[in-house]
Every structure is written in C-alpha cells, then in structure tokens.
Design a protein around this ligand. Structure first.
Ligand SMILES: *Cc1c(COP(=O)(O)O)cnc(C)c1O
Length: 391
C-alpha cells in the first residue's frame, strides 16, 4: 500500500481502527495494550465516556467562533487552570509547540515592555524537546530536527542538563529567560533535582530573567501531580501545557503569572483556533476527572505497582532491564540491551510503548489504568524480556 502522506514519520506498519480504555484494536480485532497513549495525550485512555459526552454536547451547541467573541467553556477552563495552579492568566493554542512559542514571545516582550530591548536570548538544556516549529527547534538544537532548517542561532543558547555553573556562565545582559522540562520526556524521562530547580529559580530572580517550564508531557496528572513542578516545589513564571490537557483533542495552553501576562496587550498575539469551544469543553471534562478526590492518589498507587514490577523484572533480567526513571506514570524503562530490541519484543507480545533518549523506553499508561491492567502489562513485559533472554 503506498501512502500519499509525507515520509517524515517513516512508514508506520500498525494501523488501528478503534480504542477502548488501555486497549487499541486493529480492523481485524487484534488487541494491543497501549502504553504510548498518543504520546501522553490520551491521559484517560481511549474513548472515555465523560470526554465523549462533553464533546458530543458541545458539537450540538457551538463549534467555533474565533477570538472575536468569548465563549463559556473557554472562560471556564482558563479560570479553572488559574485556580489550580501558580498562574494568573492563560492563552490557549492548539498544540505544545504553539504553547512554547507563546512563552518565548512573552519572555522577549516582557523585557521589551520594561525597556530592556537587548534581553532577547533564551537558554535551554541539552536533550530537551520543546516542539517542531522554528523557535522550539532552535531552542533544542537536536541535529535531527535542525539540519537544513535554522538561520543562525535564532536567539537561543544551550547549557548541559543539570549543570548550574554552565547555566550561570551562559547568562548575559541579553538573556531574557530560561526554559526547561521539569521531567524531560523525549530526552529519556529524566527529572531535574529539587536542588537544581531551586537554584535555577534563584538565579532567575537574581538576574531578573524569566523561568518557563515546559510541562507539555509531564503535566496534567502524568507524574501524580497536576503539574510535575508541584512535586519539586518550585513555581515558574510561565508554563506550556498541551498533550494530556485535551485527553486526545488538540489543545495547548500557555499559563503565566500576572507580571508577565500584563505585557500581552490587545493585538500582540493570537490564534484562530486557540480557545475553540470543542477543545476547551473536552479539556474541562479532563479536569473534572483529574480533580475528583483521590484520583491523583490512585495514579501514584498504580505508579508504585508498575515500578515495583519493573524492579522485579530488572533483577530477573539484568541483561535486558536496568530499572526505571521519571515520576508517577511518566515511566522511563532503562534498557541494559538495546531499547529498539526491547520495543520490538514488547510489540510482539502486543504491548506498545515509545522510544526515548538515554537508551530507554517510555511507558505512558492511561492515568486511570486499573491494578489488574498494570499486572497484565507487566506479564507482557516479562514475556518480552524472556524472549530477549532466550536469544
Ligand atoms: C510533545 C512535546 C512538545 C510539542 O508538542 P506538540 O503538540 O507536538 O507541538 C513540546 N514539549 C514537550 C515537552 C513535549 O513532550
């Protein structure tokens, strides 16, 4: 079968016809356990009834008005995000990269507004991932993503992950702010340390520069907290959210404290689709479930169960598994062998996961996975390890 799609995703072999909870089904009815969850997007699994109801209700009511007019689901979602987080204001976009892009623009505009026009440069960390539009690509400097695309350095500096001295040395009179993922996703499910994050916050405050967290992947309950930085006890000035926020419906958000948000006066930024009521209705439904009493406690319990199982398998198969990283249900499976081989063996047993940096495999189960489903997944992972061990 030839495809009319561009080849930038390669040529995926698997095609799915429907999903239910933690499972994906092919048109032939073959069932897979999905620990990719659309890359941490379907946070409540496939086809969650509360999300379906919200989408259907909104589809019968109002699809789109643009931001020429306001609408209730969007106003409500912004208020809820403000009440639940460090933020005072929200801008809605349609994806993670747009949420990050908005934050970059705000960092520069903040200094411009206060007469510091030279403060335009933004510092990022090695192995970070912030999206695929030009500014995030320039920030991350992943050769695979930049080659043939960049003009100059586009105003970005990069310092090694976790290195405070390098960070201090990189700050100059032209620095506007710093962006980092509290738990790196694509880079290999690596959390920054509490001490590092506290020091970064202090450095930003000393220099009067802004701190932005990219929680596109680590946010929306994934780590057992609404946002991962809550676990680390350090708040940013700006935060990018997307992925799980819409539970599968495209939406992104840039959250900001008032002193930065106030510079985004009428006309400074915009998005035709941003704040679309279909998207914000579904995101409100996601928050309904996430804020139910005990929901995040259960995320942490399932995470403990999954991680204990990985510990046991790492002891049993030391040549294949080397423990886990990350927080909550943002799980990095460290591979002693090759992560590509492990992913292939897992897929043979119909357990799907995502590759990540640092020779790891990302396990991103739905946040509402049951204890029995965690056990089932661990059994599939054990079978994959047994296959590799017998080679
Ligand atoms: C996925 C991701 C992005 C980009 O999100 P898109 O919706 O693909 O634009 C940005 N930052 C992080 C940390 C991500 O995981």
């Amino acid at each position: 079968m030839t495809s009319a799609l561009m080849a930038n995703y390669g040529h995926p072999e698997l095609q799915f016809a429907r999903g239910q909870g933690v499972y994906l089904y092919t048109a032939d009815g073959e069932r897979y356990v999905d620990f990719t969850m659309g890359i941490a997007v379907n946070c409540l699994g496939h086809c969650h009834p509360h999300l379906i109801a919200a989408l259907k209700r909104q589809a019968d009511t109002l699809w789109h008005t643009s931001n020429l007019f306001s609408n209730v689901p969007t106003e409500t979602l912004a208020k809820r995000l403000v009440e639940l987080t460090f933020a005072d204001r929200v801008f809605f976009a349609n994806s993670g990269t747009e949420a990050v892009e908005c934050g970059f623009k705000m960092m520069r505009r903040y200094h411009y507004h206060h007469g510091r026009k030279q403060r335009v440069r933004i510092i990022s960390l090695t192995q970070s991932f912030h999206g695929r539009t030009l500014a995030p690509v320039a920030a991350c400097l992943n050769p695979l993503h930049t080659e043939g695309f960049l003009v100059g350095d586009a105003g970005f500096d990069q310092v090694p992950f976790g290195d405070l001295d390098a960070l201090r040395a990189a700050i100059s009179d032209s620095t506007a702010g710093i962006i980092l993922e509290p738990v790196q996703g694509e880079g290999g499910i690596r959390a920054v340390s509490v001490e590092y994050l506290q020091a970064v916050r202090q450095i930003c405050d000393e220099h009067g520069i802004l701190l932005m967290f990219d929680e596109v992947q680590s946010g929306i309950g994934r780590t057992g907290y609404l946002f991962a930085h809550e676990a680390l006890g350090v708040a940013p000035d700006l935060l990018a959210s997307a992925k799980g926020l819409g539970g599968g419906f495209p939406i992104g958000a840039c959250l900001s404290r008032e002193h930065v948000a106030e510079v985004m006066t009428a006309g400074t930024h915009g998005s035709t689709f941003g704040g679309n009521p279909l998207a914000t209705s579904v995101a409100n439904a996601v928050l309904d479930v996430l804020t139910e009493p005990g929901f995040l406690t259960q995320v942490n319990q399932r995470a403990d169960q999954l991680r204990a199982g990985i510990d046991a398998l790492s002891e049993q198969y030391p040549g294949i598994l080397a423990g886990h990283t990350g927080l909550g249900l943002m799980v990095g499976l460290r591979c002693a062998g090759s992560n590509a081989d492990l992913l292939k063996a897992m897929a043979t047993h119909k357990l799907l996961a995502v590759k990540a940096g640092g020779n790891s495999v990302r396990l991103l189960p739905p946040l509402n996975i049951s204890a029995a489903e965690v056990d089932e997944s661990l059994a599939l992972l054990a079978s994959a390890c047994a296959d590799l061990a017998s080679l």
